[in-house]
Ligand binder design. Structure first.
Ligand SMILES: [Zn+2]
Length: 411
């Protein structure tokens, strides 16, 4: 079998700035994401992918590798990755560099700015001795999240197309915008995509498999106070900022991201703004367990009601908005999605790291829209920052996992 390499593709894709931006309100949120979409459309057409559809309105690219002879009735399986990068750190002028045969020491990313990628700060590096690592120049993120996934899916597709003797069922691939700002599935066309099941390739360390994520909501507390000259404020002033402070004190102290892990949920105060007259605090609320999640939302509302009883109706306004839900209930009935990954990894000698995500994925959204969709590893680390890196060897192993899944679903 002649295997296509994912690394040259990856190095090409990360040089294209595709940073999304949650302040624009448009879809896609930034027009520059089209630069990568256009390139992917061209590369897909050049390698012979069928039914390539580029949704130019919303910046999605879809394609298909039709089943080989005799496998037409096999289950159609899909692979999805997102093209955008985090809005937290610039993805412009990314200059990837390969550190060959990593020796386990510090990697100076940028000597002028003294940016050092060190195993003391990032213990994952200690397991990477001997790998070739792709790193940044210390001024941007790398974009392995999720261009590693994009490159791996493209390498899998190219491998299938250049080796027509590999038997496989219908394979669907798609690349999406705006995952980082929570808009990656807004315009995803599941009927057009045509797969019955899919995997997002958007995780981290080799071996990671994720199909259990948080239930998620955001809560905003608006407090209306009454400003009065402090010299004359007795029994008249209502300090909105202090009521925000009081609201927070009504939430369980330990249910905070600083003190929780694994399947423990939390209330996270993300922002607080206030004066005497008006104050606002914003939260995100998370829990894997649906009952505990609902309890948290009830408690959040009850805290507002208590303060309204104390300070007068209308002092505190609490709004809650559900963001995404735990996909596990939708994956469980299709256990082959998990069993096949575990078997493929075992055959490749890769240890499967099966763990709940303390976050969400586009796959969770897609699962609720009718496309059950666990998340696979990419071989990338330290996402959303200048210390982001990827292992060449792990990325190539991910391509092997994808090819193994293609084979598993050919039967
Ligand atoms: Zn991602």
């Amino acid at each position: 079998m002649k295997k296509a390499d994912c690394i040259d593709k990856f190095l090409r894709y990360v040089k294209i700035d595709t940073q999304s931006d949650d302040s624009t309100g448009t879809s896609p949120s930034t027009m520059k994401q089209h630069d990568l979409a256009r390139l992917l459309e061209k590369e897909m057409l050049d390698m012979g992918v069928s039914n390539v559809v580029y949704d130019k309105d919303h910046c999605y690219v879809y394609g298909e590798i039709p089943a080989t002879k005799g496998c037409e009735d096999a289950t159609a399986i899909g692979f999805i990755a997102h093209m955008d990068t985090s809005d937290e750190v610039s993805g412009k002028d990314v200059k990837p560099r390969i550190v060959e045969n990593y020796d386990g020491g510090d990697i100076v990313l940028n000597s002028e700015q003294n940016v050092v990628l060190s195993p003391n700060d990032f213990p994952s590096l200690k397991e990477k001795v001997g790998d070739d690592l792709i790193v940044t120049d210390g001024t941007t993120l790398l974009g392995a999240d999720d261009k590693a996934g994009v490159a791996e899916i493209m390498a899998m597709a190219e491998t299938l197309l250049t080796n027509p003797d590999i038997a496989h069922g219908p394979i669907k691939i798609a690349f999406t915008p705006d995952e980082e700002i929570g808009g990656g599935t807004d315009y995803f066309d599941i009927p057009l995509f045509g797969a019955k099941f899919a995997y997002t390739v958007d995780g981290g360390k080799l071996g990671e498999l994720e199909y259990e994520n948080f239930n998620a909501a955001e809560g905003v507390v608006r407090v209306h106070g009454r400003s009065v000259h402090p010299g004359d404020a007795k029994n008249k002033m209502v300090n909105a900022s202090l009521i925000c402070y009081e609201f927070h004190s009504l939430l369980p102290v330990f249910q905070n991201p600083m003190y929780t892990e694994k399947r423990e949920g939390f209330f996270h105060l993300t922002e607080i703004n206030g004066s005497t007259e008006e104050a606002t605090c914003s939260y995100i609320i998370r829990d894997h367990d649906e009952a505990l999640f609902n309890q948290k939302k009830e408690l959040f509302k009850a805290a507002g009601e208590f303060l309204n009883k104390k300070y007068g109706e209308g002092t505190v306004e609490v709004t809650l908005r559900d963001q995404y839900r735990n996909m596990i209930e939708l994956i469980r009935p299709h256990s082959h999605l998990i069993d096949n990954v575990k078997k493929v990894m075992a055959d490749l000698g890769i240890e499967c790291i099966d763990q709940p995500i303390r976050g969400g994925t586009d796959g969770a959204m897609l699962s609720y829209k009718g496309l059950p969709c666990p998340n696979l590893c990419t071989g990338g680390y330290n996402y959303h920052g200048k210390y982001e890196y990827a292992s060449v060897q792990e990325m190539r192993s991910v391509v092997d996992i994808l090819l193994g899944l293609v084979e598993a679903y050919s039967k």
